[in-house]
Design a protein around this ligand. Structure first.
Ligand SMILES: NC(=O)c1ccc[n+]([C@@H]2O[C@H](COP(=O)([O-])OP(=O)(O)OC[C@H]3O[C@@H](n4cnc5c(N)ncnc54)[C@H](OP(=O)(O)O)[C@@H]3O)[C@@H](O)[C@H]2O)c1
Length: 322
């Protein structure tokens, strides 16, 4: 006669109990390892002065998307360490102002390059010429763009143009800038490449589909490149911020979970040399850990639908007022 489930349980109860114990111990150890690594990366390592020394990597750093938000904070904080900075963004007047501010404040050299990363045709030749001969020890691939509000792929206004721009700004820029600069770093056997991805790379995001897909590209590219070059003295770090108060996020007020760009970058830079894959800021790491356990893609879809609805209402009100 076939054994019932209860018979099977009774016969194997001690084995099942042992399995349960091992599985619980594994989950507990994994949790403690994650917490321990987080404490070492965000607190103990930086406090012991174990973060990367950018000056040793080379006299110059390059920062893309540097006139605002996270990129501007990287440019300032790298210059503060005595490293000269190549500043790349679209608007020459903003670049000139920033260069003057950095040179006056930190007595370092700057070089400005006005380039629009939506245009792939000639900008990389222009950048190659402008940085020729500079000893670049740090590259921050920061420039990025997102949709102004969550939207369905098929309902995106001016879809083809937006998709191409996003792919060029978020993916081509990281790839081509790395292609320009990484070979020299490898030859000199030192250097840091910092790639700004996003917490949006940590799971597929309906209504932010292309953004999250471009950011997982940055995540995978960074991790595989790091594996290829870390034996040659070069570190590739991927940073996945959650919300930071910038123009791109549309959040003006800072709070515990939404830091200012300066607070975020001083934390993220301190993790360089200690972690090659990071959320950059300890609260964002906790947030991402919790989200990975409790928020499903369907829940994200539901949440973004509500945000979309509110955004569309706001736009309709604005249009009515005009
Ligand atoms: N803020 C967040 O909550 C958040 C969260 C996760 C990830 N991120 C990522 O962090 C990075 C920086 O974001 P952010 O929030 O600091 O952005 P932001 O405040 O909007 O600043 C963007 C910077 O990039 C420049 N830029 C924009 N489009 C450009 C283009 N086509 N070509 C050249 N430069 C361009 C802008 O200057 P010009 O207009 O003068 O060119 C500006 O300096 C992005 O990769 C973003 O995806 C941000």
């Amino acid at each position: 006669m076939a054994a019932t489930l209860a018979d099977l349980y009774n016969d194997n109860s001690s084995k099942l109990a042992a399995f349960g114990l091992v599985a619980s111990a594994y989950v507990l150890c994994k949790f403690m390892w994650t917490v321990g690594r987080g404490i070492a990366t965000y607190f103990v390592g930086p406090a012991l002065g174990l973060s990367a020394d950018l000056k040793k990597a080379g006299a110059w750093a390059v920062v893309t998307g540097c006139t605002d938000g996270i990129g501007k904070a990287y440019a300032f904080q790298i210059a503060k360490k005595g490293v000269n900075v190549v500043l790349i963004s679209r608007t020459q007047s903003k670049l000139d102002e920033l260069a003057k501010e950095i040179e006056t404040k930190y007595q370092v050299q700057t070089c400005t390059i006005a380039a629009d990363f939506t245009d792939c045709s000639k900008i990389y030749d222009k950048i190659r010429d402008a940085i020729k001969g500079l000893e670049i020890g740090t590259l921050v691939n920061n420039v990025g763009m997102a949709l102004p509000y969550p939207e369905y792929f098929v309902e995106l206004p001016d879809r083809d143009q937006i998709l191409q721009n996003m792919i060029h700004v978020n993916m081509s820029s990281v790839t081509m800038m790395t292609s320009l600069i990484l070979p020299d770093m490898v030859q000199r056997r030192r250097g840091y490449v910092i790639n700004i991805a996003s917490g949006a790379a940590e799971q597929p995001l309906p209504l932010f589909n292309i953004y999250s897909a471009t950011k997982i590209y940055v995540d995978y590219l960074s991790k595989s490149l790091h594996e290829e070059v870390h034996g040659k003295g070069v570190t590739v770090q991927v940073v996945r911020p959650n919300f930071v108060a910038t123009k791109l996020s549309g959040i003006r007020k800072t709070n515990l979970i939404t830091p200012s760009p300066n607070t975020f970058v001083s934390s993220a830079l301190a993790t360089l040399g200690l972690s090659t894959s990071t959320n950059g800021y300890w609260i964002h790491a906790v947030q991402s850990y919790v989200v990975s356990w409790v928020v499903s893609m369907k829940a994200a879809h539901f949440l973004f639908l509500r945000i979309r609805k509110a955004a569309l209402k706001r736009i309709a009100r604005k249009n009515k007022g005009n």
